[in-house]
Write a protein that binds this ligand. Structure first.
Ligand code: ARG
Length: 462
């Protein structure tokens, strides 16, 4: 049956090539339950405005409920000929209620305000799903930190040994960035809790409908849009969502890169669980960190989804343009990718084992305690400029002799500087270096314990 929405003005139906180009039902069908929810709300405001009788409203709602059930069990689906989800569901309603009643629902709304509303509803649901998955990953990372409260590792800058840090401190750094991602999702949701329904094609409706009632009906806590042109034309909510999901991908990629490095023979800091790593078809000895690599790879894809959408929006005149149909696939893809990636990533982090001996062997290597010599000298009243020089001399001497700092003799220390008395040895061990950094945010076990308590309290209220 031909249910083209604009039949009367056209002598001919669309060319097949146009129909193929135009069709979005293969990707917007996932919005069907939201479209039906919008239709129920719209039917109620048509009734309030005196445009549907009580009886018509009841039959309309029953028809929509039936359609909802048929969509859910797969007995009703959209086709390419329907073009998009809205048109397909209109056909479904007409089939169930007949043209007289079914044809009344379109009054006062447009696919332009429908799609802007449904897209927001879908993304708000998925912001919650992704937020929950992030909390699970944070839980796994917190578990890793809690299980290793006293393991030291080489902290790095420029990927070079810098200063020893607690492994738990390092892991909690990733928890912090994920907390900001979760917060971004919550703040985005606040901004997105405004309904465009009632904006019509762009100008609003002459039928006396109540957009605020529709907004309340559909769970938009902050009411309906202030400007119908903005309501139908703006997609910054989608771009911002694409940014947040890309940022999550980038943050995951940074954890992933470390897991990949830690898992090498050379580092041997961690061992991945068999269930969360893969083998090689030819090399029997291989155990590969594929989950981490897919996270690293997918972060590029998530960035692509963001930049593609931004390019689509750039310089687009108000109000609705069909270009905007290109907004959904990238953002849906960002949801889909994170929703398969995060559970696997969480499993990988929750099950990896930490090679404490190897981390602690390397923690003091590479002269990572040189800063401690300099700061010890400062506490003896030596200006930091001089202290830095003296500690640098110690490193130079060690490099020449192929030894570590704590292997310098008392005589060698004294030769480098009169200030370097044997007491300096007190700071030339990892435990002392860690414990001394006890200020807020520092790597001392006491400071990391405070951070852990704060993080757990935050996670409990999220
Ligand atoms: N399918 C369209 C989209 O995704 C919504 C329909 C608006 N189409 C139109 N010709 N006004 O943006």
């Amino acid at each position: 049956s031909d249910v083209r929405l604009w039949g009367a003005r056209f002598a001919d139906g669309p060319a097949e090539a146009l129909a193929k180009l135009s069709a979005s039902v293969h990707f917007d069908w996932r919005l069907a339950p939201y479209d039906i929810a919008g239709s129920r709300a719209h039917a109620r405001v048509l009734n309030k405005a005196g445009l549907l009788t009580e009886d018509e409203l009841n039959r309309m709602i029953a028809g929509l409920d039936q359609l909802d059930a048929d969509v859910a069990d797969g007995s009703f689906t959209g086709t390419v000929a329907d073009e998009d989800v809205h048109t397909a569901l209109e056909r479904g309603l007409l089939e169930r209620l007949g043209p007289d009643l079914g044809g009344k629902l379109r009054a006062g709304r447009s696919r332009n305000d429908q799609i802007a509303t449904l897209f927001r509803m879908y993304l708000r649901d998925h912001a919650r799903i992704i937020g929950g998955l992030i909390a699970e990953l944070q839980g796994a990372l917190v578990g890793l930190a809690e299980a290793h409260p006293d393991v030291a590792m080489p902290g790095r800058t420029h990927l070079q040994h810098a200063q020893p840090v607690l492994f738990a401190h390092h892991v909690l750094a990733h928890v912090q960035s994920l907390s900001r991602d979760a917060e971004r999702l919550r703040q985005w949701d606040e901004r997105t809790a405004v309904s465009p329904y009632g904006s019509g094609a762009l100008a609003g409706s002459s039928l006396g409908l109540d957009p605020e009632a529709v907004a309340a009906d559909l769970g938009f806590e902050h009411g309906s849009v202030a400007n119908s042109i903005d309501g139908t034309a703006s997609r910054d909510f989608a771009a911002e969502f694409a940014f947040i999901t890309a940022m999550i991908g980038v943050n995951l990629s940074r954890i992933a890169e470390e897991v990949i490095i830690w898992n090498t023979k050379e580092f041997s800091f961690v061992t991945l669980h068999d269930a969360f790593s893969t083998g090689s078809s030819i090399m029997p000895q291989k155990k590969n960190p594929d989950i981490a690599e897919l996270a690293r790879g997918k972060s590029g894809r998530l960035i692509g989804n963001l930049t593609g959408l931004m390019a689509t929006l750039k310089a687009l005149p108000l109000a609705y343009n069909r270009d905007l149909q290109e907004d959904k696939e990238p953002v849906f893809d960002s949801c889909d990718q994170l929703e398969v990636l995060l559970p696997a990533f969480t499993g990988m982090m929750a099950t990896l084992t930490v090679n404490r001996e190897r981390m602690e062997e390397l923690a003091p290597a590479g002269f990572s305690l040189a800063t401690d010599i300099a700061e010890w000298l400062v506490k003896q009243g030596v200006p930091f400029r001089v202290a830095h020089e003296v500690a640098g001399e110690c490193v130079k001497e060690c490099e020449q002799q192929g030894i570590e700092l704590d292997e310098l003799t008392d005589e060698q220390f004294a030769k480098i500087s009169e200030h370097l008395t044997p007491e300096v040895r007190a700071v030339l061990n990892v435990a002392g270096a860690l414990a001394s950094r006890s200020g807020r945010g520092g790597t001392a076990p006491s400071a990391v314990a405070v951070q852990l308590t704060e993080v757990k309290a935050d996670l409990a209220v999220q």
